[in-house]
Design a protein around this ligand. Structure first.
Ligand code: ZN
Length: 334
């Protein structure tokens, strides 16, 4: 073994790869972190961490990597994906301790309210490479600029469809990134190389949630869909849910999601379109397509029914978002 191989991953001089990394954020809405009736630090952490991990998986898949779903096909300790490498799996512990702190640095033990400033702090427990820090940061940029955070907005089947009458998710989970830790420059090729070095994509294992990739992601900023449960909802039009919604939809059930039917062996499935109305300057609608089921073109045409003035350039897809994410990374340092 050469001497080089004993060295830690090369980093910019000012970056401490294994020091504490903190991101400072502002909640633009309340952030859903679990059942409101049971508060506690663990619940806050579990909800946020689950959501962070979910978006991290989206990013890793978008960069061509394999990412397992911890609720379905899991990695095992010896042969795991780059997501499990950082977030842990059976037999392989998470590489960091995650803390949510308020603006004064105190641990937050209840839900995060609108307008609150808070911090996400990562305390490394083992070596975290610069690529992993970079991926984490891109995950936060993705959430802040195009997505949303929190249990209600995680696209887990169990999380969405069983609570049809609950408050809908656009009320939760928008954040603004105020400050990032000092990080080295992010290069897409380096990250792709890093991700490619982990467990190879096994299409049989990962097929069920391969759609959850930034390559299939789209976002329209500044517009939202009307989602009230009436007979003329633009949201229902966009996802192809029949109106009035009496019958189970068939052709477009992938976008609309579906409720589980145990007797017929039908698993619950999350819907794939999310829309956020408030605050107006962070208004957005985002979702996923699935090659062979719903294309970007079809999705855009559906949205044009709700928004006749939608410009093609307003419908941003994964590739454009990747470009924007990496561009802002090499340009400003926030
Ligand atoms: Zn994994």
């Amino acid at each position: 073994m050469s001497e080089d191989e004993h060295q830690p991953t090369a980093c910019d001089p000012e970056v401490s790869p294994n020091g504490v990394h903190t991101w400072r954020l502002e909640a633009l809405t309340n952030i859903w972190t679990g059942n409101a009736s049971c508060k506690g630090e663990n619940l806050v952490l579990t909800g946020l961490l689950g959501s962070l991990r979910w978006w991290f998986e989206v990013l890793v898949r978008g960069l061509g990597g394999a990412a397992c779903d911890p609720n379905a096909t899991r990695c095992q300790a010896k042969n795991h994906c780059p997501v499990c490498e950082l977030f842990g799996c059976t037999g392989w512990a998470r590489k960091f301790r995650f803390q949510v702190l308020d603006e004064t640095g105190k641990t937050m033990s209840s839900a995060i309210a609108k307008a609150a400033e808070f911090q996400w702090r990562f305390v490394p427990l083992r070596g975290i490479g610069k690529e992993e820090w970079a991926l984490l940061h891109l995950t936060f940029c993705l959430i802040a600029d195009y997505g949303a955070i929190g249990g209600r907005t995680v696209f887990k089947p169990s999380d969405e469809n069983s609570r049809a009458n609950a408050q809908h998710p656009r009320d939760y989970g928008l954040v603004k990134l105020l400050e990032k830790p000092p990080l080295g420059r992010t290069d897409r090729e380096i990250l792709q190389q890093y991700i490619g070095g982990w467990r190879e994509v096994d299409h049989d294992d990962f097929a069920d949630f391969a759609w959850a990739s930034l390559q299939n992601f789209w976002c329209v900023k500044g517009k939202c869909l009307a989602r009230q449960n009436n007979n003329n909802s633009s949201y229902n039009k966009a996802i192809g849910r029949p109106e009035p919604k009496s019958q189970a939809c068939r052709g477009d059930s992938w976008l609309a999601g579906r409720r589980p039917d145990r007797q017929r062996g039908v698993e619950a499935e999350s819907k794939k379109v999310f829309s956020f109305k408030e605050p107006a300057d962070a208004r957005r609608t985002f979702g996923f397509v699935k090659p062979g089921t719903v294309s970007f073109h079809q999705m855009k045409e559906r949205l044009k029914q709700a928004w006749p003035d939608l410009k093609d350039t307003d419908f941003r897809t994964g590739e454009a978002i990747f470009e924007a994410l990496f561009k802002s990374e090499t340009g400003d340092s926030r």
